[in-house]
Each structure stands twice: as structure tokens, then as C-alpha cells.
Design a protein around this ligand. Structure first.
Ligand code: LMR
Length: 400
């Protein structure tokens, strides 16, 4: 019965790894997926994660029972504090409901389905461009997806006027997806002053903020600085959605651990919202997995582990920042035509190089460098050893 089925294309991001794995060239380099690598090009398990796992293994009271539908209580509490700040009035007033979900994607999906079911405005505005999974997640959740201007290719920076215009023209109540920091794929973030203008506009129009926070601590190295945008929206007392992922900042990619928080106007509303979130989650995957959330909860609760985590996180962020400098210098040393300073101006895991699909294909073909066709490179996949190879490839791509 399936003989007529058409072959689906590979995922634009994860498919890059599939192609990379098939390449037998020894100089091959995977700068596609946003996954941190060490200077030796190896995946990194954080030392605090190893310690937390050891603690969990050594605790004989631990069992493998089902978690509640909303997940591990300590994990949820710690996650809300992490993103909104330990002294957040919204938390103190019990106006926040937090549910453990399957990383950022699962959190966005659960939030999207809740909104499709219970919110009067079914349109979500996402930035152009955005992470390729966003439109698919929200469409399948039952929302209608529109875009707002975000990136200006001419300046390789923020199209702030375009953004304000598009959000200004959005219908009252529309949902707006915002990247909390380290915008993916562009690495371009609004300044704090611009965030404040966005907040004012959105609140005056009753637009509903839905933050995707996939890189807290990864952009600047500071957990607080990278949550500033979210906290500005929560401080004004209005409603706010936040999807958190621990894939990058704790290196828990495959554990699929994240959280959805919904900030409501009152504690009573928050508890009713939570009751409805349970009805979204139960038929979707019943309850979330235990292991990853236990690791996170262990680290967030233990001040020694927490402090150690911030040090390891900063080291990852600093290594990425140093890769930016090294790549820029390597291009300047080669006299590569064009202004490449956006490499050090953009922040987070990615550089949006400005290379086009044809140049990317050339780099893959001739230099075995794998990246997404929009010209995004994962700086976290680069090392001092591989910078010259990438710079050679970029130079050849733009001068050919
Ligand atoms: C990325 O954009 O590379 C990451 O967020 C990984 C993913 O799932 O796409």
C-alpha cells in the first residue's frame, strides 16, 4: 500500500550531518548543526553533568517511576528561576506555570497547541528568517504562520524599522515569536534599547510574546544577560510564553530536556492554564523523560555545581567568541574581498556569512565543508586548527 510513497527531502539542518557522515574525506568539517565541539572537534559532556549523573547513580532511593504529566517539580521550579530570575515577582506571586517538555521544540509545540486550542488569535508572527523548524512546529500545532521583517542583508544587521512596521501592522492579540538571544540563524539581536521599543509596541497593541530561549548563557557567557529580553517583558506584569532548551547551555542535546513557562496575570489563571497544558501533553507523549531533567535539577539545586556550570558555560561561549576573531583575522590575512566584520558583531552559535547557496555548494564540493545552504555556519563546530581550511574555502568561494 505504500509503493507509491514519495521520498521526503532530508531536513535542511539535520540532513547536513547525514551528508557529512557519508563523506570519507579526512579534511571534512561539519559546520551545519548547532552543536558544540571542543578544540579537538569532539562533542563535550560538561564536567558538572558527569558529576550530577554520578550523584544520581549513587542515590539508591532513585527509581524509574513515571514523572507527573507536567514533569519533575524541582526541574520546573529551577527552570522558571533560571529564565525569569530568582527574585522574579511573577514567580513569587505564583503567576507562572512551568511544564517540562521535550527540549525547545517540544516546548514550542506544546505552547503552540495550547494557544491553538484556547487563545482567540490564531496567527503567530515569526521573524524572517528564523530557525527552519519554527514555521513547521506552529503550523502543525494549528496556528497560522506569518513573518515579520528581521534581518537586513544590506547591513547584515537588524531591520529594526521593518520589524516595528510589521509588528505595528499585526492584528491585535497576534502571537509573536521572539528569539530571547543569539538569533538563529542570523546571530543578530536587538539592543536593550530596541527590545524596550519592541516591548512597548507589543504591549500597546496587545501582542502576545512567545520567547524561544535556546541559548541562555551561550551568547554572552552570562545567564542573566542572555535572559534580559524575556525579563523586560515579564517585569511589566503582562502575559508571556517562554520555551527553554538545555541542549546547548548544558550540552544535553540528546536528552531532550526543556521547559515551557507561561506567565499569567494571576495565580488562579496560572493553575487553570496548567490544568489545560496537561490535556495537551497527556495524549501527545503522556509524560516527559526522567533522566535529563534529573541532571538539570541536580545542577540547579546545588550551588557548587551551579557555579561550576556557569564557569564551563562561559568557557564554551568564550571559545566561540575567539573562533569569530580568528576567522575574521584569517579572512583579512587572505585579503578576501568584502567586509567581514559582521562575523565578530553577530553573537551566539552561528555566523550568517552572507554566502549564497551556490557558494556553499562549492565549499562542500571542493573543500568538504558542510553547512546549511543559507550560508549559516556553526562557530561552535570550528577550532583553531580548522579556521584556515574554512578561510581558504570562503576566500575561494567569493573570488572564483
Ligand atoms: C540548529 O539550528 O542547528 C539547532 O537548533 C539544531 C536543530 O535542531 O536544528
Amino acid at each position: 500500500v505504500f509503493s507509491q510513497i514519495a521520498r521526503a527531502p532530508e531536513d535542511p539542518i539535520l540532513g547536513v550531518t547525514v551528508a557529512y557522515n557519508k563523506d570519507s574525506d579526512t579534511s571534512k568539517l561539519n559546520l551545519g548543526v548547532g552543536a558544540y565541539r571542543t578544540e579537538e572537534g569532539k562533542p563535550l559532556v560538561l564536567n558538572v553533568v558527569r558529576q550530577a549523573e554520578q550523584k544520581l547513580v549513587n542515590d539508591p532511593s532513585r527509581v524509574k517511576e513515571y514523572l507527573p504529566i507536567v514533569g519533575l517539580a524541582d526541574f520546573n521550579k529551577g527552570s522558571a528561576k533560571l529564565i525569569f530570575g530568582a527574585d522574579s515577582p511573577a514567580i513569587q506571586e505564583n503567576r507562572v506555570t512551568t511544564v517540562q517538555c521535550l527540549s525547545g521544540t517540544g516546548s514550542l509545540r506544546v505552547g503552540g497547541e495550547f494557544l491553538a486550542k484556547h487563545y482567540y488569535e490564531k496567527t503567530v508572527y515569526i521573524p524572517s528568517p528564523t530557525w527552519g523548524n519554527h514555521p513547521k512546529i506552529f503550523t502543525l500545532a494549528g496556528l497560522s504562520v506569518k513573518t515579520y521583517r528581521y534581518y537586513d542583508p544590506a547591513t547584515r544587521g537588524l531591520d529594526f524599522q521593518g520589524l516595528l512596521e510589521d509588528l505595528g501592522n499585526a492584528p491585535t492579540g497576534a502571537i509573536v515569536l521572539l528569539h530571547a538571544c543569539a538569533h538563529n540563524p542570523t546571530g543578530v539581536d536587538p539592543t536593550l534599547d530596541q527590545w524596550e521599543q519592541i516591548r512597548k509596541l507589543m504591549r500597546s497593541k496587545g501582542l502576545l510574546p512567545f520567547f524561544d530561549s535556546a541559548y541562555q548563557g551561550f551568547a554572552s557567557g552570562s545567564l542573566d544577560a542572555d535572559a534580559q529580553s524575556v525579563r523586560m517583558f515579564v517585569a511589566d506584569g503582562g502575559e508571556c510564553f517562554a520555551a527553554q532548551s538545555y541542549a546547548k547551555n548544558m550540552g544535553l542535546y540528546g536528552e531532550r530536556v526543556g521547559a515551557l513557562s507561561i506567565v499569567c496575570k494571576t495565580a488562579d489563571v496560572a493553575s487553570r492554564v496548567e490544568s489545560q497544558l496537561k490535556l495537551v501533553i497527556r495524549p501527545m507523549y503522556s509524560s516527559p523523560p526522567l533522566h535529563g531533567a534529573s541532571i538539570v535539577a541536580t545542577i540547579l539545586k546545588d550551588s557548587n555545581l551551579y557555579n561550576e556550570w556557569t564557569v564551563e558555560l562561559k568557557a564554551m561561549a568564550d571559545r566561540i567568541i575567539s573562533m569569530r576573531k580568528q576567522l575574521l583575522e584569517a579572512l583579512q590575512a587572505r585579503g578576501t574581498p568584502g567586509d567581514w566584520t559582521h562575523i565578530i558583531k553577530q553573537i551566539g552559535m552561528f555566523t550568517f556569512t552572507g554566502l549564497n547557496a551556490e557558494q556553499v555548494a562549492f565549499m562542500t564540493r571542493e573543500y568538504h565543508i558542510y553547512m546549511t545552504s543559507d550560508g549559516r555556519i556553526s562557530m561552535a563546530g570550528l577550532s583553531s586548527k580548522t579556521v584556515p581550511h574554512l578561510a581558504d574555502a570562503m576566500h575561494a568561494a567569493v573570488t572564483r
